[in-house]
Write a protein that binds this ligand. Structure first.
Ligand code: AMP
Ligand code: ZN
Length: 468
């Protein structure tokens, strides 16, 4: 498997630190508003990376944080006259709803910055002890020049950075030893949330949060660290400096960054009036369409969002969903059951599309080519499954399409949700059927529920049910 590593600016063979396991950290959103469709891109692409890694047999530990203490959250709280906690809790909840609708799987762990303050104080203390950080009137800064590898991710030269910084004097930061130094801990301002620390009542800087959460849940060294390309500098560069100075080992082996999403070839921004939240899009489309759209481009390329491209994504996705629905219908209605000799051969031939799919994904997660392979498979199934095919053949091709779609996080068969009320009324109907000795109907209801994953148990206290 090849991954483009921002650290080396090369596609490299993926070699995990521990055989068969992947430890992966993806920088999550700052929760002060509904997430926008740009934020959805890293969620979708790195969820797809995780899904493919698991399909390829790796056990993946996937950690993605929520930044729930930040100036923007505090500002939103002030504007609404509520606490910062109320804002962050609300938008974490909303973000999780969007993620579910985008079929982004829950992370192994979603840490919250505000629940990890102790670890941050520990890491900052250790950086101070080692001479990599210093306290200046309650603000703690990282001594950037002391970290010799500073700039290795963003390929920035420290002297050029210095020259650029000299002009900019930031208010309240006059006490820095060097303009390049960045904040690890800052004192509270009136009315802001704060925590006790050896330096001041205050809160952590943004960069230290990820260094600490990654260390706590994945260890000193991880396989993959990911996020949008805007995070390369300064966020990820600073994370590397903090983590490597504190832990004394290379932080992450591979650094992956997604390209930006633009709208009609322009940067998305509120001031340009071309700003869309994921929720806005959900009013017009099933969010699977947005997911499919995101995967139709390579994750490192910029992607352009437009009404036409969303329509194209919808049509493409429909082709796959329709094929699966048709194959399912065929499977249910064809008369012949077992595979014929020539069908066996045809199924083997269909493996070519699976190989194509895998090759595309193994080449730095080329989801665009992987989708093409699924389309070819769909076409193959549409042509080859006919009235005279066997059930097994229709099923075999259907399952191939479902498996590959699932690696991309595309749900092809909607599980019919059954409500508790419906279950109860069917159970009641079954009781009546049994009383009137209509055992055929009673069995039919039991089977109908079983097909929906509901198991009935006849007990002395009456009928109980549970989900399989
Ligand atoms: P933020 O909440 O701004 O820290 O962003 C959360 C994640 O979304 C980060 O990984 C960003 O790089 C990413 N991101 C923000 N805007 C865009 C965009 N327009 N296109 C792609 N990714 C984005
Ligand atoms: Zn981060």
């Amino acid at each position: 498997m090849k991954i483009y590593n921002t650290l080396t600016r090369k596609k490299e063979e993926f070699v995990p630190i521990e055989e068969g396991k992947v430890r992966m950290y993806v920088c999550g959103p700052t929760v002060y508003n509904l997430i926008h469709i740009g934020n959805a891109r890293p969620m979708i692409v790195f969820d797809t990376v995780r899904r493919y890694m698991e399909y390829a047999g790796y056990e993946v530990k996937y950690v993605s944080n929520f930044t729930d203490v930040d100036d923007k959250i505090i500002k939103a709280a002030l504007d609404e006259g509520v606490t910062a906690e109320e804002i962050s809790k609300r938008y974490i909840g909303e973000c999780k709803k969007d993620m579910k609708a985008l079929n982004v799987r829950e992370a192994t762990k979603h840490p919250l910055a505000t629940e990890e303050i102790e670890g941050m104080i520990e890491m900052i203390s250790s950086l101070v002890e080692k001479g990599y950080a210093y306290d200046s009137n309650g603000t703690v800064y990282f001594r950037t020049r002391k970290f010799k590898d500073y700039g290795k991710l963003s390929k920035k030269n420290i002297d050029d950075l210095e020259a650029g910084h000299r002009e900019i004097k930031v208010a309240g930061e006059e006490n820095k030893e060097d303009p390049l130094d960045f904040v690890l801990w800052k004192p509270k301002k009136e009315g802001e949330p704060f925590w006790e620390s050896p330096w001041s009542e205050g809160r952590p800087g943004w960069h230290i949060e990820c260094s600490v959460m990654s260390k706590k849940y994945l260890g000193d060294q991880i396989d993959i660290h990911a996020g949008g390309e805007d995070l390369i500098f300064p966020h990820h560069e600073n994370e590397i400096a903090q983590s490597e100075a504190a832990n004394g080992v290379e932080f992450s082996k591979y650094w992956m960054h997604n390209g930006f999403l633009n709208i009609d070839n322009k940067k998305m921004s509120k001031s340009l009036g071309n700003f869309f939240t994921v929720r806005d899009i959900s009013e017009k489309y099933d969010l699977q369409v947005l997911r499919f759209f995101m995967l139709s481009a390579h994750y490192r390329s910029p992607i352009n969002f437009s009404a036409e491209l969303m329509e194209a994504a919808k049509n493409g996705l429909d082709r796959i969903l329709t094929a699966v629905a048709n194959l399912k219908h065929m499977e249910d209605h064809l008369t012949e059951s077992s595979l014929k000799e020539e069908e066996k051969e045809k199924l083997e031939k269909a493996d070519e599309f699976v190989v194509k799919f895998k090759n595309a994904m193994e080449d730095d997660f080329n989801t665009a080519d992987a989708i093409s392979a699924v389309f070819e498979l769909v076409k193959y199934a549409n042509v080859n499954v006919t009235e005279s095919s066997s059930k097994e053949f229709a099923k075999g091709l259907k399952e191939l399409i479902i498996t590959l779609s699932d690696v991309l996080g595309i749900i092809t068969e909607k599980q019919e949700e059954i409500l508790d009320d419906e279950i109860e009324s069917l159970i009641e109907e079954r009781q009546t059927a049994r009383k009137t000795k209509n055992f055929a109907r009673a069995d039919e209801i039991r089977n109908e529920l079983l097909a929906k994953g509901i198991i009935l148990e006849d007990t002395r206290e009456g009928v109980k049910w549970k989900k399989a």
